[in-house]
Design a protein around this ligand. Structure first.
Ligand SMILES: Cc1cc2nc3c(=O)[nH]c(=O)nc-3n(C[C@H](O)[C@H](O)[C@H](O)COP(=O)(O)O)c2cc1C
Length: 300
């Protein structure tokens, strides 16, 4: 029995990766996640210039989820070189980038390739960064232009991370495929708001933010299922994975691999070891020998 899987021209020893934005900002934290059983780690989304992000409060817990509006804080691509040097020595690192236009995405992806990233993940989906992310990622033509530009700039695989805050995620997935993208990653957070009745105003300084955690899992699984019936490129599932059972939902909906964000933030890095053991137990009990045998079986 094996947990190996292949996604967007990358071979992973284990199917679970750390999602972007969680433990992906420093080299040592990324190395620690790989040592804890993650198959790969996705970096925090990195832009062209250093960015401070939004003032506090920018993160709040709700029943069965979290709402955050960090505002993409990051040191900028120049300074990130040192973190990448430490992280890539530990295992596969997927470089997440966000840009204002196709040229900026292409430049950032090229730098991630230089730094030794195994693949680049284009953040076309942040729900709370004005002018970036979701505002770019809901227009199929715009998405196509970005993916074409990045494909022309790098040889490493290009993954596109999609937003669920759109009329048809499958149409955006098709645009990625037509542009030559190697994989799609679904989903980023859902646009959300939490109000404090005592304060009579939204809790987050940015007012709205992105919902993550168990509350979004059923939306993510539906998105992956939709994509699996539409695109031929591999899919990475993300949203609300806390244990092997959750991960299996994504795999059976059509994901070749999955990412874990909020559950790592809440429970720490041990979550990967538990998920891996749970996957092996399930595969033993139900007679599966590989992850690939289970991908998309819920569609049959
Ligand atoms: C605090 C926080 C920061 C995040 N930062 C990023 C980011 O920089 N880039 C990105 O593509 N996604 C970011 N995300 C979204 C996650 O990668 C993931 O898509 C989402 O949280 C759903 O997965 P989860 O329910 O396992 O957290 C962030 C999520 C959280 C909670």
């Amino acid at each position: 029995m094996t947990l190996e899987t292949s996604v967007g021209r990358i071979e992973l020893e284990r199917p679970g990766m750390v999602a972007s934005g969680i433990m992906g900002e420093t080299g040592p934290s990324m190395a620690r996640m790989i040592a804890s059983g993650a198959g790969a780690v996705v970096t925090k989304s990195i832009g062209a210039e250093p960015k401070a992000g939004y003032p506090n409060p920018c993160f709040t817990e709700i029943k069965s989820g979290y709402v955050n509006a960090m505002g993409l804080p990051n040191p900028g691509i120049e300074l990130f070189a040192d973190e990448m040097r430490i992280a890539v020595a530990a295992g596969p690192v997927i470089g997440s980038v966000y840009g204002a236009d196709a040229d900026e995405f292409a430049m950032l992806a090229g730098r991630m390739e230089d730094y030794g990233a195994a693949a680049v993940e284009l953040n076309l989906s942040c729900p709370h960064a004005k002018g970036y992310g979701m505002e770019l990622g809901t227009d199929p033509e715009g998405v196509k232009q970005i993916v074409v530009a990045v494909k022309g700039a790098v040889d490493i695989p290009v993954w596109a991370k999609l937003t669920p805050n759109t009329r048809s995620i499958a149409d955006i997935g098709l645009a990625v495929q037509e542009a030559g993208g190697d994989a799609v990653v679904a989903i980023n957070t859902l646009k959300a708001m939490v109000i404090s009745p005592e304060m009579r105003k939204p809790v987050l300084s940015n007012k709205f933010g992105g919902l993550s955690g168990p509350a979004v899992r059923a939306v993510g699984v539906r998105a992956v299922y939709d994509l699996y019936t539409t695109v031929d490129i591999p899919i990475v599932g993300v949203g609300g994975v806390t244990d092997a059972h959750d991960a299996l939902q994504y795999i059976m909906a059509g994901a070749a691999a999955f990412q874990v964000g909020s559950a790592v933030a809440k429970g720490g890095p041990d979550v990967f070891d538990e998920i891996n053991k749970g996957l092996e137990r399930f595969m033993m009990d139900y007679g599966y020998k590989s992850i690939s045998e289970m991908i998309g079986v819920a569609n049959e």
